[in-house]
Design a protein around this ligand. Structure first.
Ligand code: GAR
Length: 208
């Protein structure tokens, strides 16, 4: 199986990055995070990357006049490191077709709800909306990224019950635990060549 160099784009805390890095480093097959790019110069994810001795760079969107110029800088950096799969992990910039078409079916994102429900929201706002909607089950989704926000083909979902006593913060914590399982699972499936995108669906062509 060909080696898959993974690049992570992250803007904040970086717990998904770290969970992914640790999970992949234990794997027998050759997929690993080769680069972390943050658009936020003091994002905690950068410290986590340094601690794990994974190269990281900052590409600050404020230093680019246009979205296209920012995305071309991202593409350039990722290509320079021979990145075959891009994982968004709390990356708080919307990516346009400039980026998404370049890495077609090679960009994943993790979202803290069961998409297509509660799309277009970030972080704790998702869990507030989940509680307000009164749904009994929530979870997380790893999906391929398309130019339409949170609407790309779904790879892995994990579910959990919403409890009477849940708050947005308590739900966020429990969903995060599931994210940390779901993301490595999706990347492993990709790295083994088991994912086939067919329209809006992802077919898993074998088992781990
Ligand atoms: C995660 O919960 C992720 O699902 C969410 O941001 C958090 C990042 O945490 N992403 C979104 O809401 C995207 N719409 P992390 O920095 O600790 O990985």
């Amino acid at each position: 199986m060909a080696k898959v160099n993974v690049g992570v784009l992250a803007s904040g805390r970086g717990s998904n990055f770290e969970a992914l890095a640790r999970a992949l480093s234990r794997d027998v097959f050759d997929a690993g995070i080769r680069l972390v790019v943050s658009n936020v110069p003091d994002a905690p994810v950068l410290k986590r990357a340094e601690a794990l001795e994974i190269p990281c760079v900052v590409i600050n969107h404020h230093e680019h006049k246009t979205r296209q110029s920012f995305e071309l800088a991202l593409i350039n950096e990722l290509e320079h490191h021979d990145i075959g799969l891009v994982c968004l992990a709390g990356f708080m910039r919307i990516l346009s077709p400039t980026f998404v078409d370049h890495f077609r079916d090679r960009v994943m994102n993790v979202h803290p709800s069961l998409l297509p429900a509660f799309a277009g929201l970030h972080g704790e706002a998702v869990h507030t909306a989940v509680i307000e909607a009164g749904v009994k089950v929530t979870g997380c989704t790893v999906h391929f990224v398309t130019a339409e926000v949170d609407a790309g083909p779904i790879i892995v979902q994990r579910t959990l019950p919403v409890r009477e006593e849940d708050t947005p913060a308590s739900l966020a914590l429990r969903v995060l635990v599931e994210e940390h399982q779901a993301y490595p699972e999706a990347v492993r499936l990709f790295a083994q060549g088991l994912l086939k995108v067919e329209g809006r669906r992802v077919r898993i062509t074998g088992t781990l």
